[in-house]
Design a protein around this ligand. Structure first.
Ligand code: NI
Ligand code: MN
Length: 219
């Protein structure tokens, strides 16, 4: 399986299926035809192009309801649940964050914010969504043993690099990829010290990707 980071929290898992997570990029469009779109929460920088992509969408009940009203097939789920869609296993994990759906300036309830552990082709990827550090990340390690963790490090709206260092240790994935930083002036971070600190003190590898860059996750 290959993983591509388009920037912000948007990743493509490119394996036996193409799974696009949080389809928002700050500039331009996401030039890919996914089989499934997974959305962590309703904020515009995550829901992004979900409706215009028009592909089968996995999301928490409230977002799935909103998306399905536009005629798009959905797979609603909620925190703690696991479903299999076209052979790909999605587990919805908690995230310490807020959520709402912004429609033409107004906002309405978007359910709770979430993350996902996605298992495909023998590789398990944990996308944390937008979240603070929480100690139950250790349960995500114990229950799902993710191989890769995609962690927000931008601060202000999510945890920053210091908290993400603890998160990386709680989750125990061999590979960590930082996300949700640098997109806006309010979440600028130098992620090199984070990489150095994690790699100096743990066996965990941190890969800093450039937008559009991919990495092979085949084990
Ligand atoms: Ni958010
Ligand atoms: Mn966000």
């Amino acid at each position: 399986m290959k993983l591509i980071w388009f920037g912000h929290s948007c990743f493509l898992l490119d394996g036996s299926k193409k799974i696009l997570i949080d389809p928002f990029v700050p500039e331009g469009t996401i030039d890919v035809e996914p089989d499934i779109v997974a959305v962590t929460h309703g904020h515009a920088d995550h829901l992004g192009a979900t409706v215009s992509l028009g592909k089968k969408t996995v999301a928490v009940n409230e977002i799935a309801k909103y998306v399905s009203q536009t005629g798009i097939p959905t797979e609603p789920m909620n925190i703690g649940g696991t479903i299999t869609v076209d052979g790909v296993v999605f587990t919805m994990t908690p995230a310490l964050h807020s959520s709402w759906l912004e429609v033409e300036g107004a906002g309405f309830y978007g359910g709770v914010a979430a993350g996902f552990v996605i298992a495909m082709d023998g590789v398990k990827v944990y996308h944390a969504g937008d979240t603070a550090l929480f100690s139950d990340m250790q349960l995500i390690r114990d229950l799902y043993r993710p191989d890769v963790a995609l962690l927000p490090v931008g601060g202000r709206y999510t945890m920053g690099p210091d908290e993400a260092m603890i998160a990386a240790q709680y989750i125990g994935a061999k590979l960590v990829i930082p996300m949700h930083y640098g997109t806006f002036p309010t979440i600028v971070q130098d992620v090199q010290p984070f990489k150095h600190a994690v790699e100096r003190t743990t066996p965990i590898r941190v890969e800093i990707l450039a937008p559009g860059e991919s990495i092979d996750l085949s084990l």
